[in-house]
Design a protein around this ligand. Sequence first.
Ligand SMILES: [Fe+2]
Length: 215
Amino acid sequence: MSDKLTIDTHFPTLIYKIEKPEFLEVAKKVSLEFLEKRKQETTLDEMYPCYMTEPLNFDSRMLDFANYVAQTAWNILKEQGYEVENISTYFEAMWCQEHHKNSLMEQHIHGNGNQIVGFYFLDVPDPAPRVVFYYQRLSKVQISLLEKNKNDLTIASNIINYDAKEGMLMFTNAYVPHSFSRNISDKPMRFIHFNVQVKPNNFIINNCGSKAEII
Ligand SMILES: [Fe+2]
């Protein structure tokens, strides 16, 4: 049979990325300060060799970065077809993670009303941990057949991984599970992780510029 069927592709998983090195200097400075504070309060855990800071989005120096991320998240939701004219994006969380040798981030999603999640990479060792995203329809994952070649990205694929790069900003929908592979370098990997929620405009409280302006 050689008939060519028409294919309609629906319900894709979207991963957004853009290089924004202009935020690096301030984001690194603030993150290192917050990490230093954390290191004064605790010691590095042998089993989970990772430091996580307090929220960064309340620091006024992060205003430009926070505004850009919140606005971009709003734009993404609009482009995806959601009704966003009367809602605004704001941060449920924005914090820095410093992963030392053998640290990893296990697969997870962010509930609690989050809509968009993402990363901003500050310091990336060589070799770098892989940024991993997972197919989110569990029924498909559960019945998956063996893939002919796992190195090929195909409709059969359930996992995609990316190179992290300093200054790169990534976004995806909050329902997409994600993880990081183990850091096998002697140098730490640092990135900002953020979770973006939405609220009706008349409920928004401006938490240090994280409210997006609707343009
Ligand atoms: Fe996460």
